[in-house]
Every structure is written in structure tokens, then in C-alpha cells.
Design a protein around this ligand. Structure first.
Ligand SMILES: [Zn+2]
Length: 367
């Protein structure tokens, strides 16, 4: 049977009388060729359509992306950009770093740790940037960090895919004589694959994670979230590292001074959110906002003016992920652990997963 639904109204108006005779023989042989080609193109490029589904934030590149997609998908003159994003989500396949003709894979990853951020602080504070990321991504509201629930073990786990039982870092201060972590990190795996890496941190002890030869640019910035973000954004614009980790210390500092979920700490959460906004803006200026996997999480929470034990307030952290192939507006149901971070990011970038890594891919977050 001949299937020309797109031009149905026009055909009804103009061709009813000639339909059986002339149209069957002549019209579909010539003008109908365009209609037949369009669905073929749409079916052939489902990944292209998926790439466009994350363009709701509106970076400078959005229009260009949509224009490319529209020409690729050959929509009808009446189709809106939204209507072109109709093909169903493809089955998730391990992303590869080999660009295809129709879709650019994630160009890299931005991992932001808001030190000491409890997930229940997010709805209590003004966080427009996190809110937008949550809307365009997937979030686990009750992810878990490791014991002891303190900064250095938590970050080593976050960035090495392992628990303290494996990475062995249970201390929580800068002790240069103890050297660097001995397990593979997200940075070592990325660097080995030829990707550029960078760390911008607000606490000096995180230097233990920057194993020489694995982090192309490492910066300890002592003056707080705004300066960490500003310098990281400058580096983004100048060098565009594929894998960038940014550590924002002020929510934790304020929690120790004024208490977790205190008004001053919630103000600090808002400032951390603004710092995230600075990083997103820099990604947008590079045209990388849509192609970058973004993770925002924390190393631990807190209770009163401290943390460190097994209490839920210290152990529970937010884990937010957004970017290519990630579900939008989705709440992750399964338990996420902080050391699932490196695994999930590396997998999304098509990097090999070291045998030492214990974390699990949060496959549920992907389309
Ligand atoms: Zn911390």
C-alpha cells in the first residue's frame, strides 16, 4: 500500500477527483519520492534525535544543533523542532568515543563536588542552577558516601571507584609523606586514553588524588567557592580539558562554623550553586554544554557542626547526573554509592574500567 500521510490534506483538496487514475500512476512516482525518503532518514538516525533531546537549556549552540538535526531528519514544512524528536529512545549501548556521522559522543565530563552538601539542603536553599540540572538530568536523593564520612576518603572513593577497604585512604589531612593514591583514578584512566584532565580544588589534602602524570592541570585555590569556580572556568575556556573535577569547599566550612542546614549554610549552598552556574556558563561558551556529562555530588553530609560517622545525615549525599544519553527529570531509585561516580563517568566516556574498581554503573540514569 502507498503511505503518504504527510501530504494527506493537500491530496484531499487537490487530487480526490484524479486520485485513482492520475495520482497513482504519476504523482507518487515523482513528488512522492520526497515523502518516502523522510521516514527512512528518521529511522536511520535515532541517535541524532536523542542528541537533540537535551537541548532545552538553550546554550548558544542549541540553534546550530537543531538546524543540523532538522536538515538531517528532513522534517516536513509543518514539523516543529519538537516534532522532530519523536523517534523512541534507542536501546542504551556503551558509548564509544568514535564519532559517528550523525552524533557527537560526550566530549568529556565535569564532576563537581560540593563539600558537605546534604541533599535536603537543596530544596531549602535557592539553587536555580542545580534545579535546571535536576530538570534535565537524573538524581539520586539518597546516595551514600563511605565510612569514615569525611572529605579525603570520600573524594578518593568518588574519583577512584573504590571503597576505603580497597584504596586504604582513611586519613583526612594533607600528609605528603604518604604519597598518592595507589588505585586507578578517573584521571589516570582518562589520561591513559589520551584525554586531558584537570582538578581545581578548595582543600589542599585533595592533592593525594592527583597522581603525577594523570592530572594535566592541578590547582589548589585557597579562597573559596567563587574563586575555585572562576579559576576553573578560566582554565576551561583556555584549555577545554576533557575531564574536569571541581571541588567547592564552602558549604562544609560553613557547616562546621554555623551548623548543617543553618541559615548561613543554606546561603553557602546558594553561593555554591552560583559557582556551578559559572562552570556551566563556561561550558556553554565553548559550545560544550550539551556534549558534556555533568555530575554534581558531595563527599559527605553533616549534622550539628560535624560529620564523620555512620549517621544518615553524614552518610547521605545527592548524586546528580546530566548530559548526553541521561534521562531527564528522572529520580534514580536504586542505591547509589559515591564510588559509583568514577565508574559511571568512565563508562559514559567509553573508557576502560579497571579491575580494581568496585563501583557500579548507574545504568538506570541512562536512556
Ligand atoms: Zn568534606
Amino acid at each position: 500500500m502507498i503511505y503518504c500521510p504527510i501530504h494527506r490534506q493537500r491530496v484531499r483538496k487537490a487530487a480526490w477527483l484524479l486520485l485513482l487514475g492520475v495520482w497513482l500512476l504519476a504523482a507518487c512516482g515523482a513528488a512522492g519520492a520526497t515523502d518516502v525518503a523522510a521516514p527512512t532518514a528518521a529511522v536511520a538516525s535515532p541517535t541524532t534525535a536523542v542528541a537533540s533531546s537535551t537541548t532545552d537549556v538553550g546554550p548558544p549552540t542549541t540553534a546550530a544543533v537543531r538546524l543540523t538535526l532538522r536538515s538531517t531528519l528532513q522534517p516536513t514544512p509543518t514539523a516543529s523542532p519538537t516534532a522532530t524528536v519523536v523517534p523512541p529512545a534507542p536501546t542504551p549501548a556503551p558509548p564509544t568515543r568514535t564519532p559517528t556521522a550523525t552524533r557527537t559522543p560526550p566530549t568529556g565530563a565535569l564532576v563537581v563536588s560540593i563539600d558537605g552538601l546534604r541533599p535536603d539542603a537543596i530544596p531549602l536553599a535557592d539553587t536555580p542552577n542545580l534545579d535546571r540540572l535536576i530538570a534535565r538530568g537524573a538524581i539520586a536523593w539518597r546516595a551514600q558516601t563511605v565510612l569514615p564520612s569525611v572529605t579525603l576518603p570520600g573524594h578518593v572513593s568518588m574519583l577512584s571507584g573504590t571503597s576505603p577497604e580497597v584504596h586504604g585512604v582513611r586519613w583526612n589531612s594533607y600528609q605528603p609523606e604518604r604519597g598518592h593514591v595507589t588505585v586507578p583514578t578517573l584521571f589516570s584512566v582518562a589520561h591513559d586514553a589520551g584525554l586531558t584532565t584537570a582538578m581545581f580544588v578548595g582543600k589542599v589534602k585533595l592533592a593525594h588524588i592527583a597522581v603525577p602524570g594523570t592530572v594535566d592541570t592541578y590547582a589548589y585555590v585557597a579562597s573559596g567557592d567563587a574563586q575555585v569556580a572562576r579559576q576553573a572556568a578560566e582554565h576551561l575556556r583556555a584549555a577545554s580539558p576533557a575531564v574536569l573535577f571541581v571541588h567547592l569547599p564552602d558549604v562544609d566550612t560553613t557547616g562546621h562554623q554555623d551548623g548543617w542546614l543553618s541559615a548561613p549554610q543554606l546561603d553557602a549552598v546558594t553561593r555554591a550553586d552560583a559557582a556551578v552556574g559559572v562552570l556551566l556558563e563556561a561550558l556553554g561558551a565553548l559550545g560544550r554544554l550539551e556534549d558534556t556529562l555533568i555530575v554534581v555530588t558531595a563527599d559527605h553530609g553533616g549534622l550539628g557542626t560535624g560529620h564523620g560517622g555512620a549517621e544518615p545525615e553524614s552518610m547521605t549525599i545527592p548524586w546528580l547526573i546530566a548530559g548526553p544519553g541521561i534521562r531527564q527529570g528522572y529520580t534514580v531509585q536504586r542505591e547509589v554509592r559515591v564510588y559509583d561516580t568514577a565508574v559511571t563517568v568512565a563508562w559514559a566516556l567509553g573508557l576502560p574500567l579497571p579491575a580494581e574498581w568496585e563501583g557500579r554503573l548507574i545504568v538506570e540514569a541512562f536512556e
